[in-house]
Design a protein. Structure first.
Length: 134
């Protein structure tokens, strides 16, 4: 199954309380799954990677074999594409986990999008953080 995946991680404070959000859609635009998870204390970049990992896991359980990933983190997108090296020690294991999951797929693409086009994933990431204040 081919899926579109919109992923976002958020941290308030950097590091600070963090959340992950993602929306998974079929190729026709039908939403088939969402992720909204509180992550604890971490940096924004770590939250971006964790959000993508959770979204890839969710897409896998839904039967996705071909994925188009959209994310508003330019760093994450460029690192996954191999345009930037991963230098941060805290991101290296997360990067390797992402690449391991991506290699199990029949195919994938990843694209940077403006934050305005990633509103639902951003909303879910922030909702995850807010849920901890209750």
């Amino acid at each position: 199954m081919e899926c579109l995946l919109y992923s976002d991680g958020a941290a308030r404070g950097n590091p600070g309380p963090a959340g992950a959000g993602a929306t998974i859609l079929k190729a026709d635009g039908t939403v088939v799954g969402e992720v909204c998870t509180y992550l604890g204390e971490m940096t924004n970049n770590q939250a971006e990677y964790r959000a993508l990992l959770l979204a890839l896991d969710k897409a896998s359980t839904l039967g996705a074999t071909q994925i188009t990933i959209y994310a508003d983190s330019e760093l994450l997108v460029r690192q996954v594409k191999g345009e930037y090296r991963v230098r941060d020690a805290g991101l290296k294991p997360l990067f390797h986990d992402v690449m391991g999951r991506l290699q199990k797929l029949d195919g994938y693409t990843i694209q940077h999008i403006p934050r305005e086009k990633n509103k639902r994933a951003d909303q879910l990431a922030n909702l995850a953080i807010d849920s901890q204040k209750l």
